[in-house]
Design a protein around this ligand. Structure first.
Ligand SMILES: C[S@@+](CC[C@H](N)C(=O)[O-])C[C@H]1O[C@@H](n2cnc3c(N)ncnc32)[C@H](O)[C@@H]1O
Length: 218
């Protein structure tokens, strides 16, 4: 049974942000995972996931977006979740971090028995990519937000995206009209998709919502 929002608002920030307390409360379902996206971004993400055979999320944290994906997907679909967990200064604000155990419980509740097959990769995305072979219909890039790391995620993973499939970059609209974001993901999307040479062959931008840029293959 979740705690009432009015009670949660009384909690001092120091306690609210404490990773160990959060893990206990999030894992037990007393508080929801921290929301890292807007309603419109979540709608874009789940709308692209509904018909995807295989979805890969890089960067899971407390499982807010993974739970949305798990709720939207059904049997016969695969949801791959990649996160090493712990503290990563270019992935989250200082002092924040999630634990594998709590996030697994969040996603298991959302996936229900009739949900997708959930496959966990508790590792860095660049350590998962070398052993990867399967086509991907939706790739959500929301892990390490340093420019080099986001670029590496694109380089490592975009070749697996099937024709008609999508990549979503989160936090990639810093300084854009009605946008928000961070310098790393924004620089990668700018260089790849907004440069003088145009987007990479066979790819195009299909949606921009709040902090998210969606690109499609084919
Ligand atoms: C911004 S959070 C993800 C938020 C999540 N997608 C959501 O919407 O709720 C970033 C996460 O990326 C993880 N991370 C950091 N480096 C990573 C890497 N190289 N590969 C995969 N995940 C990484 C961190 O542990 C952190 O949990």
């Amino acid at each position: 049974m979740p705690l009432p929002p009015a009670l949660r608002r009384l909690t001092p920030d120091r306690l609210r942000d404490d990773p160990r307390l959060r893990a206990l409360a999030v894992g037990a379902g007393l508080i929801p995972p921290r929301t890292m996206h807007s309603d419109a971004e979540r709608e874009l993400l789940v709308s692209l996931a509904r018909d995807a055979r295989r979805v890969v999320e890089i960067g899971v944290y407390e499982g807010s977006s993974a739970a949305a994906l798990a709720r939207a997907m059904g049997p016969g679909q695969e949801l791959h979740l990649i996160d090493p967990f712990g503290h990563h200064p270019t992935a989250l604000p200082s002092g924040w971090g999630a634990t594998e155990r709590a996030t697994r419980r969040v996603v298991a509740r959302a996936a229900r028995p009739e949900g997708p097959r959930v496959v966990w990769h508790v590792a860095f995305s660049h350590d998962v990519a070398p052993g990867w072979t399967a086509p991907v219909d939706l790739l959500f890039v929301d892990g390490d937000h340093a420019e080099a790391a986001v670029r590496r995620d694109w380089d490592d993973w975009h070749g697996f995206v099937a024709p008609g499939g999508h990549v979503l970059f989160h936090d990639a609209r810093d300084g854009r009209p009605r946008g928000r974001g961070l310098p790393g993901p924004t620089a990668v999307v700018d260089r790849l998709f907004r440069g003088p040479d145009g987007p990479p062959a066979g790819w195009r931008v299909v949606a921009e919502v709040d902090r998210t840029v969606a690109v499609r293959r084919g």
